[in-house]
Design a protein around this ligand. Sequence first.
Ligand code: GLU
Length: 500
Amino acid sequence: MREGSDAVSNAISEGPKPRVRIAPSPTGDPHVGTAYIALFNYVFARKTGGTFVLRIEDTDQERYTAGSEAAIFEALHWLGLQWDEGPDVGGPRGPYRQSERLPLYREQVAVLLAKGEAYRCFCTRDRLDEVRKQQLADKSPVLGYDGHCRAVDPADAVRRAEAGEAHVVRLRVPREGVTSFVDHLRSEPIVFENRLVDDQVLLKSDGFPTYHLANVVDDHFMGITHVIRGEEWITSTPKHVLLYRAFGWEAPAFYHLGLLRNADKSKLSKRKNPVSVFHYRDLGYLPETMLNFMANLGFSLGAEVERFTVAQMIEHFDWSKVSVGGPVFDPAKLESFNADDIRAMSVDQLYERLQERVLAPARIKAMLAQAQERVHRLDDFIPYLSFFFGGSVDYAPVRDKLKPVSGKSGKETAELLDTYAQEIERDNAARSFTAPALEAFSREFCQRHAVKPKELFMLLRLAVTGRTASPSLFDTMAICGKDRCRTRIRDVVVYLRTLA
Ligand code: GLU
């Protein structure tokens, strides 16, 4: 561990070049929180002449969703946050995907076992449940593993493991004393009692590492000097510090940034705000505005500077200018920044920007293919295509058609549509968001929820286009894009909830 915050702040201009990283898990659409953390890592690396690493933490097989690694690359590229080392660009400390580093974790666990810093645990799920139940009943201040297998003779444990008995490997956390670490964004050191720290699992019974083990091993072997991550990981840091100690490694310097919040100060959540970077991209926010907005959330150049650029942030970067007090991600403010930036462009620039995405030729051609059969004059095209653009649509003309499906109340229909919106976000088949994938998924959804396709599809059509008649529903949805569809479906969910 390093000594105090000053020593580390000075690292901005002195000492070996910092190596920082982001370590997202590919579990869904790239979150604005990931982009926010990436921005600070990127800025710090650029300020110090250091290296910005992208590592993919993909060892949690249950939460993994196909395509989301590519989505992370795409989102960060869109924002212009280029990394120096990563799975796609390579680098001297690779591989940069945890799933390609499994032998290393096993090797390092063997080191801890040999040192007696870790032990094999053969407890069954049932026993662990029993222990937990008892701890809750006793209102025990210490929840977690009771250390039952600490006493198993190591030679015996090896024999049992070799005989194929299912087991995990746990860290032998000291039972006494305290451990502390410095978070360089907070004035007081963070002190914790060791007895309150669980003997965390390092290697699961399937041989995969846990987040804690893989994260620490990788940060060490990738030479990470500064861990700059979100505050939600601060409760994991004691475990990491104990692990560094068990290995006998120097821990990196820790900086936990404040979590992005909704306007009501609750943790930014998709219930209240769109959180996917792609939502903002697809609805026509400018990438540089988005970055600039995020920079302005957690960094300040003094009260008199209302807005600054990322280049200015790099120029003036200093940890003392970073605030940790729950930055509010206010979409209205982002929108006003975006409007300012659009206003500041020349018409030529604007025209160019429109052609990049909104009026990209391939996108326009896909729309024209849908509209060709339905318009009579060239001049009709633009008004006909209007629902392919913009965020929410006006439901006033079709209000009386927005009604519950047969056999369900308004609220139940709202929940059904809400589930649909959540599933198109999660479902791997629909991830690519193509018309055939959407159609197959939607038909299966109707079957599963015992709802007539005709009725659900009409509701979807109304939600996505605001019209009773439109081109093929699934082509329309595919061209509109996932985020636009989801936003509109959610608008209808909110309306249906108000119906009996
Ligand atoms: N895989 C973690 C995540 O999804 C990494 C957290 C960290 O930076 O240590 O954000």
